[in-house]
Write a new protein. Structure first.
Length: 122
């Protein structure tokens, strides 16, 4: 179920796909065009409905972005930056503890190199 606070803007956005992200990349709301273009967010359990997780687990997200690897790398960097701002947030710590399956560090600058899959934190 979408956040009630997002329902007003959704009704106004009928010509463009849109979704709203929280600071943990939680997908808080979306309009029908976003569901049609990206994925049916309502079918995803709320605790798994995060943008960064979907980038790695939903094949539709890879097809959506021609430069998927760059988009995924930036999303992970943004999530890590937010985690550094909120070190006591247990939900953020859990999400950051999860990682893309097979993610490795590139030889240049230590930036993560996304690979397929997702490994939950243990």
């Amino acid at each position: 179920m979408q956040s009630p606070s997002c329902s007003a803007w959704e009704d106004d956005l009928t010509a463009s796909p849109a979704f709203v992200l929280g600071r943990r990349t939680d997908i808080l709301g979306w309009n029908p065009l976003a569901a049609a273009l990206v994925t049916d967010f309502g079918d995803i359990p709320p605790k798994h409905r995060t943008y960064v997780r979907l980038l790695f687990t939903d094949p539709a997200m890879r097809r959506l972005y021609p430069d998927w690897e760059n988009v995924a790398r930036r999303a992970v960097a943004q999530l890590r930056t937010e985690a550094a701002r909120t070190p006591g947030d247990p939900r953020m710590s859990t999400l950051v503890g999860e990682r893309p399956r097979g993610m490795r560090t590139s030889e240049r600058g230590g930036a993560p190199t996304p690979a397929a899959g997702w490994e939950p934190s243990t």
